[in-house]
Design a protein around this ligand. Structure first.
Ligand code: CS2
Length: 472
């Protein structure tokens, strides 16, 4: 039997299920990007608010491209289970905040109408780093224009992707769809309306939510007694820090009451999270991909990788953060990475590395260079990235590069066995990855070249051990 509104009442009594009416109200939130992360993070915050009787937080969820997930969710009436598991315990919960669904690629008009619906108060986004395209800006603008023309209130449009200053980027993207054309008086009015009545807060979101696996679905069947094709697994920890900038200012207190941190200073949380958590994730993911270790937990469980990550954060990232409690943050991250319940695939995190590296590594390297300090850990991580572009691990197992830049990266990386130095130079010269300054830094180039050579000759593990011996 599949999980659905009909089978909800047959679940074991220990499992928390939605107690609110899921059909009486129109959704107040349109969420773009219906991946695992949103469903086990924000959807759980909104579920809390709905449970308390605030009916404004039902979600109209929009899958950007893939119809399969949306079809599965529809077949389950938008219901799915989340396993929350770590050293503190294991608990299952069925979420009911998802009230409607669409696929942007095939049902664009329905999405525009959802943004323009009178009940909509928020649009939230987790469309990944590569999702910030003109098409996205235009989709949002079309919905917002309809609102303005209908005389409806402005809304809060919150980017929740792993990008520094994500709210500013999104606002600029939406507005660019107007100013790139000749501005008519109507356009000028729309721009004024956007500035005055809509809010684009920056936000930092954090929870480790691996993509769904058959193993989690089997565990869901066991725990629920029904089949759930959309079941997810996550950790107990979650954090959502959002800038105090809302179309409806009273939302600040509402979100705070559900455990969200509302602040004027998202920046210090964003930079710490991107460079410490995500920066370490990318380094471990690439190391795991090249050495044949499948999960983040299998990487952090190896002594020399754990020490490497500890030092990367403490010595090369922390000195440039404005968040002062970084040592506790680092130690908590190491424990989270080791969570045995999270089978977080290294290849999932290595996906789109070309879009992730720019936020995660260069700011720390530049900070170290400015202080005349060592950037060896980042240089080694960059060398592992170069090695990763070969598309075959150290055991001879091939893997696919899942990246919008896969073709160009593999073309540049192909020559690394025969002309390693030229290959490193070519990959490090790319400003889309490293920014405008690093490609001209000869010391950076020299150290990445050094570690790359070491990796080709002795392997990634030996290179890490050599680095630890040298930096002891
Ligand atoms: C990961 C993130 O896939 C990735 O790139 O680094 O999804 C990470 O798990 C989340 O940002 C944690 O909050």
């Amino acid at each position: 039997m599949p999980l659905s509104a009909l089978t909800l009442s047959s679940l074991p009594a220990t499992i928390q299920t939605p107690t609110y009416d899921r059909t009486a109200h129109a959704p107040g939130v349109v969420h773009l990007g219906l991946g695992a992360f949103h469903r086990a993070h924000q959807a759980m915050v909104f579920d809390q608010l709905l449970t308390r009787g605030d009916t404004r937080w039902g979600i109209h969820g929009v899958g950007m491209t893939r119809p399969d997930l949306v079809n599965q969710l529809r077949a389950q009436d938008g219901l799915y289970a989340v396993r929350i598991a770590d050293a503190q315990g294991v608990k299952w919960q069925v979420l009911g905040a998802l009230w409607r669904t669409n696929v942007a690629a095939t049902e664009r008009d329905a999405v525009v109408q959802a943004i323009a619906a009178p009940a909509t108060r928020w649009v939230t986004l987790t469309v990944t780093e590569k999702g910030y395209t003109q098409a996205l800006g235009q989709l949002l603008l079309d919905g917002l224009r309809l609102r303005q023309q209908a005389g409806l209130p402005g809304i809060t449009v919150a980017s929740c992707d792993n990008l520094q200053g994500n709210g500013h980027k999104l606002q600029a993207l939406v507005k660019a769809q107007i100013s790139s054309n000749d501005t008519t008086p109507q356009d000028a009015q729309l721009l004024r309306w956007l500035d005055a009545l809509c809010a684009f807060p920056c936000s930092m979101v954090d929870r480790i939510v691996p993509a769904a696996t058959p193993e989690v679905m089997a565990a869901a069947q066991e725990a629920l007694g029904v089949q759930d094709n959309c079941a997810l697994s996550t950790e107990g920890f979650w954090e959502w820090v959002i800038e105090d900038r809302f179309a409806d200012p009273s939302d600040a207190a509402v979100l705070q009451s559900a455990g969200v941190r509302v602040t004027g200073d998202v920046h210090s949380y964003e930079e710490a999270k991107l460079r410490m958590l995500n920066g370490s994730h990318s380094a471990m993911a690439l190391m795991g991909a090249v050495t044949g270790r499948p999960f983040i937990a299998s990487c952090i469980g190896v002594d020399h990788i754990r020490t490497f990550v500890h030092q990367l954060m403490g010595r090369e990232v922390a000195p440039h953060l404005s968040r002062s409690d970084w040592a506790e943050y680092r130690d908590a991250l190491i424990a989270r990475f080791g969570n045995p319940y999270l089978k977080h695939s290294v290849h999932q995190i290595a996906t789109d590395s070309s879009q992730k590296i720019p936020q995660r590594w260069p700011p720390s390297v530049l900070g170290q260079i400015a202080q005349g300090a060592s950037f060896e850990h980042h240089a080694l991580a960059a060398a592992v990235f170069v090695r990763y572009t070969l598309g075959v691990d150290e055991n001879g197992q091939p893997y696919a590069l899942n990246d919008p830049q896969a073709d160009s990266l593999m073309a540049l990386g192909a020559a690394q066995r025969t002309e390693p130095a030229a290959c490193v130079r070519a990959l490090l010269s790319r400003e889309d990855l490293w920014g405008t300054t690093l490609p001209h830094n000869t010391a950076w180039l020299a150290r990445v070249t050094h570690w790359h050579q070491h990796i080709l000759q002795h392997g990634v593990d030996a290179a890490i051990q050599q680095l630890l011996a040298q930096e002891a």
